[in-house]
Write a protein that binds this ligand. Structure first.
Ligand code: UTP
Length: 329
């Protein structure tokens, strides 16, 4: 186990998954490049890493890696065109992504699972603790999860995962943790982990979400980890081995996150992320919120008109989450 004083400076961002939930949009474009308002999802993730002091970023890319690399590279032709037009605002925004961090790339030849993607980072990371941020998992910048996780790692060593309470009926979509109290109200000791359990077998309703601070011992464990659920090498399985035997890489703790988080690889969550972030934007927010309020009013009127839901103006069961979100606007 590395010292608790070793500062983490490297972030690994896996972005090589197939993104099947978002087909056909992700047929030729990585899902991490789908725009959330006017920035690709992955730019928010890199910004979060940089804000937490992680300026060395390794992206694990797969097929269709070109759009990712191009986005974080300079585009001289575009910059010149904007300069000629005197469009300084857009010029600045275009340059932002290429100046954000020191970005490196490694290729995951076959998408053999998240654990395998993380293992591809071993030569770059070396024998240092490091962070993993999933490229399709968006944490609101006002809820600084990574900072809290870093604090816990500095206090307790080993590895730290991010957990979130979910509805028991949804736990089969996540890795799930069996935990014990660990002193702080938002911190637990991880005793066991199960990838995507059935609700009946789940040890808790605490789901692993896409932020990890890992001891480098995880690489040895991953190299020995057999394909698990879905035939993929699962990061959850390697973390389960670490949690079961703390002599390998120290303990595994979980920070229970209660802030705002969006899985942009899920179509519903992706839409919620766009609505919420657009509402909060100074430039777009006021007009968009006014439109949204009117839209919700119309939908509510249509609902109370009591039509049967079959045709236009009928009840729209899928709208509830948007309406709840809009209530606080
Ligand atoms: P997901 O579990 O969301 O899988 O991956 P996926 O294949 O990308 O998406 P769906 O389920 O088919 O829609 C979680 C994260 O791990 C990365 C993904 O890019 C995503 O950021 N990943 C997953 C890899 O980098 N490599 C893999 O082999 C699998």
């Amino acid at each position: 186990m590395t010292s608790t004083r070793t500062r983490i400076s490297k972030a690994v961002i896996p972005a090589a998954g197939l993104g099947t939930r978002f087909l056909p949009a992700t047929k030729a474009t990585p899902k991490e490049m789908l725009p959330v308002v006017d920035k690709p999802a992955i730019q928010y993730v890199v910004e979060e890493a940089v804000a937490a002091g992680l300026s060395d970023v390794l992206m694990v890319t797969g097929r269709n890696k070109r759009p990712l690399e191009d986005h974080f590279d300079r585009n001289h032709e575009l910059e010149q065109a904007l300069r000629r037009k005197g469009d300084d605002d857009r010029l600045e925004r275009v340059q932002e992504s290429s100046a954000l961090a020191n970005i490196h790339y490694v290729r995951q030849g076959d998408p053999k699972g998240l654990g395998h993607a993380v293992l591809c980072a071993a030569p770059h990371v070396g024998d240092q603790p490091f962070a993993v941020l999933l490229g399709d998992d968006l944490i609101d910048p006002r809820d600084p999860l990574l900072t809290r996780m870093t604090q816990i790692r500095e206090e307790r060593g080993g590895s730290v995962v991010a957990l979130m309470e979910v509805e028991p009926a949804s736990i089969h979509l996540y890795g799930c943790a069996a935990v014990a109290p660990a002193g702080d109200e938002d911190v637990v000791k991880v005793l066991d982990l199960v990838e995507k359990p059935d609700t009946a077998d789940a040890p808790s309703n605490l789901a692993i979400i896409g932020r990890y601070l890992l001891d480098p011992a995880v690489f040895d464990v991953l190299a020995r980890t057999e394909p698990g659920r879905g035939g993929e090498i699962q990061l959850t399985d390697a973390l389960q081995t670490l949690a079961a035997d703390r002599s390998l890489g120290g303990p595994v703790h979980g920070v229970v996150f209660r802030g705002r988080r969006y899985d942009t690889g899920d179509r519903g969550d992706y839409l919620r992320a766009i609505v919420r972030l657009a509402c909060e934007r100074e430039d777009l927010g006021p007009e968009f919120r006014a439109w949204l309020r009117e839209f919700v009013r119309e939908e509510m009127r249509a609902d109370t008109a009591g039509t049967d839901g079959g045709g236009p103006g009928g009840s729209r069961p899928g709208l509830e989450p948007v309406m709840q979100g809009a209530a606080g606007l």
